[in-house]
Design a protein around this ligand. Structure first.
Ligand SMILES: [Zn+2]
Length: 229
């Protein structure tokens, strides 16, 4: 064997080990900032006052799941100031444990989330919630740009993470519009989700699909785990 093929063979063997270093690194919160903060990762029934708000905003007759199939998750996270905080999500009871585990692991990892408020605070308005970089899950609504077809958010089986930092793109459309500043997906952003991100590994390992891998559109904020038919 002459020398050139040997060199090529060596390169081929060592290149995969070098790939992670070539990818952008994540921007993580320093764990030293935790202080005496007590993180919470809890699944609970949805309190009546929240259900009342859902009935005015995110849930209506004809939605594919009853509110009794949904749960409130109280989850801690690192905000974009690198400080620990606690927010809330509403999701289907069938995926609640997955989400609790994933967000607990993301907290331990130092993954940053700018905001995690109930989307009911935005009257269920996805555009406003996305522009605020809000992380949310259940919302009985249509698929983005596909009126009349329920999104997996309508089952509480989809979650959108850091919606401004991780926008939805289809051709020239970017949603939310402010997400255009984050279209360089080779760059590391606070709360950014890239193909090699720990968040993608956590979700896909549990059978969730990441919208960043779709070919007709990229929905970098979106993870879903539809019910198997
Ligand atoms: Zn989504």
């Amino acid at each position: 064997m002459n020398r050139i093929p040997v060199v090529l063979l060596l390169l081929a063997c060592t290149a995969p080990a070098l790939w992670p270093q070539m990818n952008p690194t994540e921007i993580l919160a320093p764990s030293s900032a935790r202080g005496d903060f007590h993180p919470v990762f809890r699944i609970q029934d949805i309190p009546p006052f929240v259900i009342a708000k859902m009935n005015l905003t995110t849930w209506h007759a004809g939605c594919p799941v009853p509110v009794s199939d949904l749960r409130l998750l109280v989850l801690s996270y690192w905000n974009y100031d690198g400080k620990p905080d606690t927010g809330m999500l509403i999701a289907n009871k069938a995926v609640a444990k997955d989400l609790r585990t994933i967000f607990h692991k993301l907290f331990r990892h130092g993954f940053m989330i700018e905001r995690m408020e109930l989307i009911e605070n935005y009257n269920g308005n996805d555009e406003r919630s996305m522009e605020a970089n809000n992380t949310s899950a259940f919302n009985c609504r249509d698929i983005t740009l596909h009126p009349g077809k329920f999104s997996n958010h309508s089952w509480g089986r989809a979650v959108d993470v850091n919606t401004l930092t991780n926008p939805y793109t289809k051709g020239n459309i970017v949603l939310p519009p402010g997400g255009r500043a984050y279209l360089d997906r080779a760059r590391a952003y606070k709360g950014g989700i890239l193909a090699d991100s720990y968040a993608v590994k956590l979700f896909t390992k549990r059978g969730w699909t990441w919208g960043g891998t779709w070919t007709d559109r990229q929905d970098y904020q979106h993870f879903e785990k539809p019910k198997r038919q």
